[in-house]
Design a protein around this ligand. Structure first.
Ligand SMILES: [Zn+2]
Length: 318
């Protein structure tokens, strides 16, 4: 049975009808409004429009933030406050007439990579997404780890440096505060001031430096930009080493927008994993770039919707 996956991001809502094999038959996009009422309206419109003319068994919303599964709502979403507290299932399910589940966006993306991407050959996967923030998802013995309330797997908010930079969540020194795209941009702006003769320093005199600028300049050979990505990779590796020790995964897949930098970040991360993780977990874990790109959330959400409607095993709040 086909299912609808909806990826609710900070700037856009992507909804797609997906086959059990992971093929997207149809996809629509709507902007993400930052007021609760219009947000619900646009999610509804996206589901209605994409599902029109298709036979569909269920739908799942992948949403950013800490999810309280039993109440099918997001309690805290630092990058999309409009979604906080809305009874998403209660508001949307009667209107769309399909079973609806809610999942954290990174958990859904992890499930997408597990079913169709970098983790499709294994049973034990750790997925980390590097974007504006850092999200994560853990699959052990083929089951998505959610924890007691559905808020588990928040790998971006593990503390890496107790006195480190402030994180969007309010803590200091989270992995997200040290290795996300936002952190890369911030560190690059600091170093641009210290090294005005670097390509990074010259760009900083014209406009604000963003995370993607750093990747571009690093690829062009700017040493300072390269050092920013390496530093971010080292912090990422400190986090991944901990995850390798805790979860003993076969694959650690890293996705998200910052993975445009690929090996410029991952090489440094792997070195830290080798230094810090312990055998035998260290020897098994393969750290690699996720393969589904920005589609992982939508694909994973659709797969979760289908798994929920067919077996009940993943049905939240049931
Ligand atoms: Zn945090």
């Amino acid at each position: 049975m086909n299912a609808i996956g909806v990826d609710v991001g900070g700037t856009k809502i992507a909804a797609g009808v997906v086959t059990p094999e992971g093929e997207i038959l149809e996809e629509v996009r709507y902007p993400t409004p930052h007021s609760p009422g219009t947000l619900i309206d646009n999610i509804f419109k996206a589901i209605k429009e994409v599902g029109d003319g298709h036979e569909v068994g269920g739908t799942c919303l992948a949403v950013p933030g800490f999810v309280l599964a039993h109440e099918n709502r997001v309690v805290f979403s630092p990058n999309l406050h409009a979604v906080e507290g809305i009874p998403l299932k209660g508001e949307l399910e009667p209107k769309i007439g399909l079973p609806l589940t809610i999942e954290n966006d990174a958990n859904a993306a992890a499930w997408g990579e597990f079913r169709f991407g970098a983790g499709s050959e294994v049973d034990h996967l750790v997925f980390v997404t590097l974007g504006t923030g850092i999200g994560g998802g853990v699959i052990t013995h083929g089951v998505l780890m959610r924890g007691a309330q559905g808020s588990g797997g928040e790998l971006g908010h593990v503390t890496i440096q107790a006195t480190g930079p402030r994180c969007a969540c309010g803590n200091h020194g989270c992995l997200e505060a040290l290795a996300s795209g936002t952190a890369i941009g911030r560190r690059a702006r600091e170093l641009a001031i210290e090294t005005p003769d670097s390509a990074l320093g010259r760009l900083a005199t014209k406009r604000q430096i963003l995370g993607e600028d750093v990747t571009e300049l690093a690829r062009e050979g700017d040493g300072v930009a390269l050092s920013v990505l390496e530093e971010s990779g080292r912090w990422l590796g400190v986090g991944l080493a901990g995850f390798v020790n805790i979860f003993n995964p076969e694959v650690v897949a890293v996705g998200g927008g910052a993975m445009e930098a690929g090996e410029l970040i991952l090489e440094a991360a792997r070195k830290e994993v080798v230094l810090r993780a312990r055998s035998p977990s260290r020897d098994l874990a393969e750290v690699k770039v996720a393969t589904l790109g920005p589609k992982s959330g939508l694909l994973g959400a659709a797969a979760l919707a289908r798994d929920a409607s067919s077996s009940g095993e993943y049905l939240l709040g049931a």
